[in-house]
Design a protein around this ligand. Structure first.
Ligand code: FAD
Length: 489
């Protein structure tokens, strides 16, 4: 596998020509050329090399507007899942230290978080672990074919709003936040319903920073909205401030260095102002197709989203060109889906398998202070597909045992299991807010893949005392109107 990293300069079309040109024997030097060395691109190329394909990976990182840049590995390891989860953990530890006092630990006051230490540790532990030379040798196959496949896995990058004076000049995005050498200080995050924004707000609040989230309409669009409200309610109680139904108007830098942000409340058209040390835009992500000149090749793109239109086998409108991961239209923007889709594609192109990626019932977790994990359909989507009378929703408000001693409010710890109403009541969706939601949800995702029903839940014996056991004990239906608060042991 050859990796061409172009951190400093845009990779030139010449490079691609060199890779795509046939050698003296009339054969191509590579079987696959993967453009984009992120989660999907690297997984696909490593897998392809393992099954004997000769692969070239072309990766280029355009520095952010603020000049932040990084190496191979893509969004997840450099400016996404990994640094985000580590900062989430830093925040959870802050809460745990507070809880610890209630459990008898003597902790000297005051406690505070040192941003630089987090930055330093993260920058050493995140990033890509390249395979050893030995492993690399193993990954280079020597199969030469007379056709070449071009695989596009160039992901996306955060957008800036276009019509707000000072937005780009003074604001940062998620591409910068994890690489700041000093604490962002008092921060306002402007979000366009994204989970990333809430996650950033959660860890900033958790490490003790004054954090405000400005929301134009709703938080967590696409997720179950009852759960989204629980997540943001918990965050408000946890200390994150929310400016609901507001839109930013301008950002100015004062002589003191502070940023003065002006915004408008949509319903009243009233304008407000406050000063911040940092403004973070989380107003969506733009697919990275513009540099590739795909229109010249005839690759069909959705004009609205800018993403590449793909078929179930990840093929595009041009033979031998495939696209997967965040760049592909209609795919979940998640690392494991990009990885799995890439690996399966590598096997199909090598003629080893015909298995397609199954994008249904992919579990995910929002790493907010109260984590929210889910798999399958939201209640709204289940209602849309099966009708209100076609589904049964079992739900419970529960109290994690660890919250009791710590005297933490468990008002938003909730779970619901959305089932078909008839027969064994096949589970359509499962939603959970609480500690370690991601860990809990993985096993339930497996059960949904196996066609789990409500009857299966009832047959399962719980692990006591855990939050997960509350899922298999759930027995109150929403339809009944009964109090869903779990009481006692
Ligand atoms: P990427 O990983 O973005 O890789 C694309 C690569 O292509 C990059 O290296 C890019 O520089 C390169 N490239 C772009 N243009 C070109 C070009 N013209 N030529 C050559 N190379 C190019 N997902 C989860 O599953 N769990 C999480 O907890 C999670 N948290 C996230 C938190 C944040 C803050 C963000 C931003 C994302 C998060 N994600 C999470 C999403 C996840 O990171 C992406 O879904 C995943 O990285 C997509 O993989 P990809 O291979 O499609 O693209």
């Amino acid at each position: 596998m050859a990796a061409f990293s172009r951190a400093k300069h845009r990779w030139k079309r010449d490079n691609l020509f060199r890779v795509l040109t046939r050698n003296l024997t009339g054969k191509y030097d590579y079987d696959l050329v993967v453009i984009g060395g992120g989660s999907g691109g690297l997984a696909c190329s490593k897998e392809a090399a393992l099954v004997g394909q000769k692969v070239a990976v072309l990766d280029y990182v355009e520095p952010s507007v603020k000049g932040t840049k990084w190496g191979l590995g893509g969004t997840c390891v450099n400016v996404g899942c990994i640094p985000k989860k580590l900062m989430h953990q830093a925040a959870l530890l802050g809460t745990a230290v507070k809880d610890a006092k209630k459990y008898g630990w003597q902790i000297p006051e005051p406690i505070f978080h040192d941003w630089y230490i987090s930055f330093f540790l993260f920058s050493r532990s995140a990033g890509l672990l390249l395979p050893s030379n030995e492993r690399k040798e193993e990954m280079i196959g020597n199969l030469h074919q007379n056709h070449i496949y071009l695989l596009i896995a160039t992901g996306g990058r955060p957008k800036y709003p276009t019509n707000i004076p000072g937005a780009m000049e003074h604001g940062i995005t998620s591409d910068d936040i994890f690489w700041l050498r000093k604490s962002p200080g008092k921060t306002i995050i402007v979000l366009n319903s994204s989970d990333v924004a809430l996650e950033c707000a959660g860890f900033l609040t958790g490490i003790g920073l004054d954090t405000t989230v400005m929301v134009r309409s709703i938080a967590l669009r696409g997720f179950d909205q009852q759960m989204a409200v629980l997540v943001t309610d918990y965050m408000e109680a946890y200390g994150t401030k929310f400016a609901w139904k507001c839109i930013p108007k301008k950002v100015e830098k004062l002589t003191s260095g502070a940023l003065q942000v002006t915004w408008m409340e949509i319903n009243t058209s009233k304008e407000y102002q406050d000063t911040y040390d940092c403004i973070l835009w989380a107003v969506g992500r733009a697919p990275e197709t513009k540099l590739l000149g795909l229109d010249k090749l005839g690759v069909q793109i959705n004009k609205e989203t800018g993403k590449i239109i793909v078929r179930p086998d990840e093929s595009t409108s041009v033979p031998n060109i495939y696209a997967f991961g965040d760049i592909a239209e209609g795919r979940p923007e998640l690392t494991p889906t990009a990885i799995k889709a890439g690996k399966l594609l590598a096997h199909r192109l090598a003629g080893r398998s015909s298995e397609l990626m199954n994008y249904h019932s992919v579990a995910t977790t929002v790493f907010t202070p109260l984590e929210y994990g889910c798999v399958g359909l939201s209640e709204e989507e289940a209602e849309k597909r099966h009708g209100k009378d076609g589904i049964e929703v079992y739900h419970a408000f529960y109290k994690p045992l660890e919250f009791t001693v710590a005297e933490r409010d468990a008002g938003q710890c909730y779970l619901k299991v959305v089932c078909e109403r008839e027969g064994d009541q096949k589970i359509l969706g499962l939603h959970f807010t609480g500690p370690n939601a991601g860990e809990l949800m993985q096993g339930f995702a497996l059960s949904l893949k196996c066609g789990a029903t409500y009857s299966h839940l009832l047959q399962t014996v719980g692990i006591h005392p855990t939050c997960a056991e509350e899922v298999i004990k759930v027995n109150i239906t929403k339809r009944s109107g009964l109090d869903a608060t779990v009481t006692g042991c």
